[in-house]
Design a protein. Structure first.
Length: 186
């Protein structure tokens, strides 16, 4: 059975290190460094400078690639956000244009209270690919038709309310009252 014996060996800087020797069954003494050399080579691998350089370069390249991908994703996210904001702005612009065009067309058609009519019929307006109104004339015609029905009232006459004449109530006020009544808000 091998036995280990501690020995103190001086190092070049003057410090002493503890080394052990192994005695085998034949009585021969071998330094512990020789017997443990195989075991320690398996446990700790030493690298040359070239190997270390290649490992560092590979890790740096991986890190740089990861950062570039992350930057691209962030840039694309910002691009997508910008595109969404642009689309939203265009839609808002189309709505303002549609409102203006509807109000002008309603006034030209001598419809009462174009603002209220836009609130009622504005959601029916449709746009083409260029943002132009497709169905403005059809919506104005529908507004005319519905307005004339409202203005006739339930009695079927052509005036809004004959009793309102001379009372200071405007046609717009009467129309608003009729709209509210039809909508069930009175």
């Amino acid at each position: 059975m091998p036995e280990s014996q501690p020995a103190m060996n001086p190092t070049p800087d003057g410090a002493a290190t503890n080394t052990a020797a192994t005695v085998d069954s034949g009585g021969a003494t071998r330094p512990a460094a020789e017997t443990e050399a195989g075991a320690s080579q398996e446990q700790a691998k030493t690298f040359t400078q070239a190997e270390l350089d290649s490992i560092v370069k590979a890790r740096l390249k991986e890190d740089r690639t990861a950062r570039e991908k992350q930057a691209k994703r962030a840039e694309m996210d910002e691009l997508d956000r910008t595109k969404a904001e642009l689309a939203e702005s265009k839609t808002e612009l189309y709505r303002y244009r549609a409102r203006d065009q509807f109000l002008v067309a309603a006034r030209d058609a001598k419809l009462p209270d174009p603002e209220t009519l836009y609130e009622l019929f504005g959601s029916k307006l449709q746009f083409d690919d260029k943002g132009e109104l497709d169905n403005l004339k059809a919506v104005i015609e529908e507004a005319k038709s519905k307005t004339s029905k409202l203005m006739r009232g339930a009695g079927g006459n052509n005036s809004i309310d004959a009793s309102a004449r001379g009372s200071g109530v405007t046609v717009g006020d009467q129309m608003n009252m009729l709209i509210r009544h039809k909508a069930g808000r009175v």
